[in-house]
Design a protein around this ligand. Structure first.
Ligand code: BV8
Length: 234
């Protein structure tokens, strides 16, 4: 790939990029929301109602992520190589809460929906690495408060992380790639419309199937991420 001449490459990823690493997506037929009620486990109200249920939901996903057969795949690796080649030109925004982009070597990375392997204190907002079976009943290592630890994850109705930095990157980008996302969840699903409103960037969707926002992209490449992403970025 030849780098854009006038601005950064902004890449948005979703659960589809981690599917071939063995992690479930949300809205495919075998997805997470087919098994669990989103309202119970991915909203602040659900956490207030039953924190143990929510902690168990995320502890289960942490154990899945940390199993030996879950590793970065060829799509994660290709994005890490792209960043290594065009260092400051690549900004990776992921909706995913797994650590597969980091493990592939991506560094200029923002988890806009938070991270599965971190917990946050509701009392002082300090963020700590998660350890096995850490729950709300544990003390916060920063403020000492008990009963305020929650997954460092953005639930529905909560503001995603890094929105100012993302908006600035979208305004300046020359190329916007959207990979493995259904285009269902906002504000991420609105990024392509923002880039197209400014009109100076090329926009590409690389996905198993056309997303809800497919018609907004100038280019669409359909297929499994491990095939279409390396082919596109190399
Ligand atoms: C907020 C928790 C405001 C983490 C998640 C308009 C504007 C703003 C907000 C809204 C709006 N309209 C509605 C809203 C509210 C809401 C929303 O968007 N609702 C939807 C359902 C309509 N948005 C919010 O609440 C957001 N917050 O807006 O706050 C605010 C303002 C001021 C002050 C305070 C607050 C918060 C959104 C984040 C919610 N958290 N999850 C977790 O448990 O993981 S969202 C959840 O969906 C995940 O985070 C996930 O990342 C995200 C998106 O899903 P995808 O990644 O796209 O996954 P999906 O399964 O849907 O699709 C997978 C795709 O991959 C498919 O297309 C499939 O074909 C493809 N695929 C499959 N296999 C492969 C593949 N592709 C390639 N290769 C393969 N092998």
């Amino acid at each position: 790939m030849s780098p854009p001449r006038t601005g950064p490459i902004v890449i948005l990823t979703g659960a589809g990029i981690s599917k071939e690493s063995g992690l479930d997506t949300f809205r495919d037929a075998d997805g997470i929301w087919a098994r669990v009620n989103l309202e119970d486990v991915a909203t602040p109200e659900g956490f207030a109602r039953d924190p143990e249920l929510v902690q168990a939901f995320y502890n289960d996903r942490r154990r899945g992520l940390q199993s030996d057969n879950v590793r970065p795949n060829a799509a994660h690796d290709a994005l890490a190589r792209l960043e290594a080649e065009w260092a400051d030109e690549v900004f990776l925004v992921t909706q995913n809460i797994d650590d597969l982009h980091e493990r592939a070597g991506s560094r200029n990375l923002l988890h806009m929906h938070g991270e599965l392997l971190k917990v946050r204190c509701g009392a002082c907002a300090a963020v700590h690495p998660w350890h096995d079976n850490l729950g709300a009943e544990h003390d916060c290592a920063a403020c000492g408060e008990t009963g305020h630890l929650r997954p460092d994850i953005v639930w529905f109705g909560e503001m995603p992380f890094g929105m100012e930095r993302i908006a600035d990157a979208l305004d300046r980008c020359a190329l916007f790639l959207s990979i493995g996302t259904s285009g269902t969840v906002y504000p991420a699903a609105g990024f392509v419309a923002e880039v197209e409103r400014l009109g100076q960037a090329h926009t590409v969707e690389l996905n198993m199937e056309a997303s809800l926002g497919a018609t907004l992209f100038r280019e669409s490449v359909l297929g499994p991420a491990t095939r279409v992403v390396p082919a596109y970025v190399e």
